[in-house]
Design a protein around this ligand. Structure first.
Ligand SMILES: [Zn+2]
Length: 120
């Protein structure tokens, strides 16, 4: 795994008077164990349209649901599964960072994990 630890600044809570707040974000783990844990807790559903077609995947932690769109090609659907597994993993470990920052981190790591697993 190339990403060992990511330090991210939570800009939302940083004001001129406050010290910037740093949170250590562990790399997303998509291992057999974490996949089994996610499938144990989450209902993974396939459907064509998600959020009026705005997304191809979605994780809804409070309802323990992962939605995967059937619309994109199979390689893209694989990436979507990895991406949503990362979000589920971060919910499982209780990581709390702003959504946009998490989205960027998950995007970066999805490409690396995909390459690691599928070799391209
Ligand atoms: Zn996402």
């Amino acid at each position: 795994m190339a990403v060992l630890a990511i330090m991210t600044m939570l800009t939302a809570s940083a004001t001129a008077q406050e010290e910037p707040k740093f949170v250590e974000v562990p790399p997303c783990k998509v291992t057999a164990a974490t996949i089994i844990d996610t499938l144990t807790d989450y209902d993974v559903r396939h459907q064509e349209i998600i959020a009026d077609g705005r997304w191809w995947g979605m994780t809804i932690p409070r309802r323990k649901i992962i939605l995967i769109s059937d619309e994109p090609s199979q390689p893209v659907r694989r990436e979507i599964v990895i991406h949503e597994m990362c979000h589920a993993y971060y919910r499982t470990i209780g990581l709390e960072i702003p959504e946009q920052i998490e989205e960027q981190l998950v995007q970066q790591q999805t490409a690396e994990i995909f390459k690691e697993i599928f070799g391209k």
